[in-house]
Design a protein around this ligand. Structure first.
Ligand code: NAD
Length: 270
């Protein structure tokens, strides 16, 4: 049982694919904290069917939306307003996809059609979401909008490929939209920079096990789990963080500010 931190709040959660997805854990926690939610994912992901058990457990409606399509985004926001009978209090954008990584194209031999699509799905979609909400005045004052990102946006992790560029753009969109939406409607917009987490999207990155082990050894608190991330999202959707906006918030057990750890020193000793 939760603490009713989100009692009376209504939110949309994008990106729950299966029970390893970060969005899946966020949906469960938001429900436990008293929120009413709508789950959304690309039509192709919904066909896998796993989301139905989450929808049942969280008594939520499922609305399809390919985040790269304006029409889908329009319909999702309109149907959400209708379903809730009012405006929205929080949104989680937990969407990422790299076509070049999927096709195993090296960063130095990227296909540009794929790159456009990657940036559209993984970053520009966040702008599309916020712009659609803005146009329809779909968010309540003090609403909280979050997207998930990774530190490869700021430091090079070679196998993260074009997703590093997509995440840089995503974080920038959060700042810019955070400014405009904050001024106009007191809506806050942030990104959470999460530890590597064993999910479908995560494990698509080359050498992911090594990534996870390295981060675990480097972080004073160890890697943050998907459940930990869900708790952090709840706090940012709640009224206890009303003045936090335009931030990229590290949720990584201290990884981002650690130069080197004793464990890593041991492992590289000559
Ligand atoms: N797993 C990690 O190590 C990690 C670390 C930091 C940040 N993140 C970010 O967290 C977010 C969630 O990823 P995850 O790790 O839970 O993996 P996941 O594979 O469970 O989630 C990714 C989701 O994106 C959805 N998606 C892909 N294309 C879409 C489209 N066109 N329209 C709508 N939805 C689409 C997928 O269906 C899936 O549900 C992503 O932004 C990811 O980059 C993940």
């Amino acid at each position: 049982m939760g603490n009713n931190l989100l009692k009376g709040k209504k939110g949309i959660i994008f990106g729950a694919l299966d029970d390893r997805s970060i969005a899946w854990k966020v949906a469960e926690k938001c429900f436990d904290e008293g929120a009413e939610i709508i789950l959304s994912n690309a039509p192709i992901a919904l066909r896998m069917g796993a989301i139905n058990s989450l929808a049942e457990a969280t008594r939520s409606k499922v609305i399809p939306c390919d985040v790269s399509l304006n029409e889908d985004m329009n319909q999702l926001i309109e149907q959400s307003l209708e379903h809730f009978g009012g405006k929205i209090d929080f949104v989680l954008h937990s969407v990422g996809m790299s076509l070049n990584i999927r096709k195993k194209n090296p960063y130095t031999d990227s296909n540009y059609d794929f790159m456009h699509k990657t940036h559209d799905i993984s970053a520009i979609s966040f702008h599309r979401l916020l712009q659609t909400c803005f146009a329809k005045d779909a968010l309540n004052e003090w609403a909280s909008v979050l997207a998930l990102t990774y530190i490869a946006s700021q430091r090079v992790f070679p196998d993260y490929g074009e997703m590093a560029d997509a995440k840089s753009l995503l974080e920038s969109i959060a700042r810019s939209m955070g400014y405009h939406y904050g001024k106009a409607k007191k809506v806050r917009v942030n990104t959470i920079s999460q530890s590597p987490t064993m999910t479908t999207a995560g494990s698509g990155v080359g050498g992911f096990d090594a990534f996870m082990n390295y981060a675990e050894k480097m972080s004073p608190l160890g890697n943050a789990s998907a459940e930990d991330c869900a708790n952090y999202c709840v706090s940012l959707f709640s009224d206890y963080t009303r003045m936090v906006t335009m931030q990229n918030l590290f949720h990584d057990g201290g990884f981002s500010y650690t130069g080197i750890s004793n464990e890593v020193i041991e492992s590289v000793k000559p």
